[in-house]
Design a protein around this ligand. Sequence first.
Ligand SMILES: *[C@@H]1O[C@H](CO)[C@@H](O)[C@H](O)[C@H]1NC(C)=O
Ligand SMILES: *[C@@H]1O[C@H](CO)[C@@H](O)[C@H](O)[C@H]1NC(C)=O
Ligand SMILES: *[C@@H]1O[C@H](CO)[C@@H](O)[C@H](O)[C@H]1NC(C)=O
Ligand SMILES: *[C@@H]1O[C@H](CO)[C@@H](O)[C@H](O)[C@H]1NC(C)=O
Ligand SMILES: *[C@@H]1O[C@H](CO)[C@@H](O)[C@H](O)[C@H]1NC(C)=O
Ligand SMILES: *[C@@H]1O[C@H](CO)[C@@H](O)[C@H](O)[C@H]1NC(C)=O
Ligand SMILES: *[C@@H]1O[C@H](CO)[C@@H](O)[C@H](O)[C@H]1NC(C)=O
Ligand SMILES: *[C@@H]1O[C@H](CO)[C@@H](O)[C@H](O)[C@H]1NC(C)=O
Ligand SMILES: *[C@@H]1O[C@H](CO)[C@@H](O)[C@H](O)[C@H]1NC(C)=O
Ligand SMILES: *[C@@H]1O[C@H](CO)[C@@H](O)[C@H](O)[C@H]1NC(C)=O
Ligand SMILES: *[C@@H]1O[C@H](CO)[C@@H](O)[C@H](O)[C@H]1NC(C)=O
Length: 225
Amino acid sequence: MTARGATWALGLLCCLLLGAASGQDAGAVPVACNVSSSMALDLAKFAGIWWEIVRQPVGSNFCTQINVTVLNQATDNVLIDTTYSNTLLYPWVNQTMNATLTVPNDTAAADGYNFTYWNPPSYTPYTVFKVLDTDYSNYAFICGYTNATDNSTAFGVVIARNRTLSTAYLDSLESNSSALYQNFANGSMTLITQDQTCVGNGADPSTAFAVFYAVFAFVIYQLTK
Ligand SMILES: *[C@@H]1O[C@H](CO)[C@@H](O)[C@H](O)[C@H]1NC(C)=O
Ligand SMILES: *[C@@H]1O[C@H](CO)[C@@H](O)[C@H](O)[C@H]1NC(C)=O
Ligand SMILES: *[C@@H]1O[C@H](CO)[C@@H](O)[C@H](O)[C@H]1NC(C)=O
Ligand SMILES: *[C@@H]1O[C@H](CO)[C@@H](O)[C@H](O)[C@H]1NC(C)=O
Ligand SMILES: *[C@@H]1O[C@H](CO)[C@@H](O)[C@H](O)[C@H]1NC(C)=O
Ligand SMILES: *[C@@H]1O[C@H](CO)[C@@H](O)[C@H](O)[C@H]1NC(C)=O
Ligand SMILES: *[C@@H]1O[C@H](CO)[C@@H](O)[C@H](O)[C@H]1NC(C)=O
Ligand SMILES: *[C@@H]1O[C@H](CO)[C@@H](O)[C@H](O)[C@H]1NC(C)=O
Ligand SMILES: *[C@@H]1O[C@H](CO)[C@@H](O)[C@H](O)[C@H]1NC(C)=O
Ligand SMILES: *[C@@H]1O[C@H](CO)[C@@H](O)[C@H](O)[C@H]1NC(C)=O
Ligand SMILES: *[C@@H]1O[C@H](CO)[C@@H](O)[C@H](O)[C@H]1NC(C)=O
């Protein structure tokens, strides 16, 4: 490299470092989901199994697995099967809802993906989902909403390739996501149960129990941090 080239490279490195540093600034304002863009995805790398790790605000489903299948065709190329339980005392009685959508490879989607799941016996409300960030092999940050101009309908979810994550790794994900995006909270997102109870024993179909259990799991998470 010539001296001139080296200087130029140093200057660029300097700018990149400054850029990275300002991204972590306490002054940087986390962006709302409705003005975020869904990133350009390498679909083949995004395909496969994901597990929901934390969500804000808390939902009533747990043991949630997301199976993304990518077909080699232009339309209806992404099939999503989301398997979940919503009953604390019957955590192994899970069900699967599915959706089919068209997602162009390697193309950012400013408006995200607005789709409904077939969740027998009915469809879920149309929901916009955006993939804010992913490294494909470990984690992805997802946000969404049902009404773009009502941010009380917005949510943030961290999904991961591993069904459970170490506290240190999860803390790092929450710190990184909350620094950049609204709907993520640093160290206080509600943990989604993914432990052995997902294929355990019990009895009772009340959603109240599921919410209670999610809160309970959250308390345990806080205590063990
Ligand atoms: C999808 O886009 C990625 C770049 O993000 C590229 O490497 C890959 O080959 C593309 N896949 C297909 C099937 O075109
Ligand atoms: C769904 O239930 C089956 C047992 O019927 C279990 O093997 C599987 O792990 C459960 N799936 C999830 C995502 O918990
Ligand atoms: C994911 O979905 C695909 C396509 O339906 C299926 O072949 C595969 O077995 C599923 N994987 C799991 C772990 O359920
Ligand atoms: C859900 O899966 C079934 C069975 O594979 C399929 O017939 C149906 O079209 C799918 N529905 C959606 C909304 O993807
Ligand atoms: C998603 O699509 C449905 C059906 O086309 C539409 O009614 C709804 O307004 C859309 N939602 C958002 C947030 O854009
Ligand atoms: C985003 O949501 C806010 C309310 O939280 C609203 O004022 C704004 O108009 C929305 N922007 C878009 C592009 O929908
Ligand atoms: C979306 O939110 C706005 C602002 O709160 C509200 O005026 C509007 O009625 C909502 N739209 C729907 C379809 O609920
Ligand atoms: C909703 O938008 C308002 C105004 O932009 C903001 O103060 C508030 O923190 C947002 N709420 C969430 C949950 O992001
Ligand atoms: C995922 O699990 C594998 C195997 O246990 C482990 O080596 C890896 O460090 C884990 N990754 C994360 C991000 O937790
Ligand atoms: C969080 O961001 C920092 C700085 O960019 C990075 O070094 C770290 O690997 C990120 N944490 C995770 C879990 O990806
Ligand atoms: C998240 O909390 C940890 C521990 O309190 C702190 O070190 C980190 O700087 C926080 N991250 C953000 C983005 O505020």
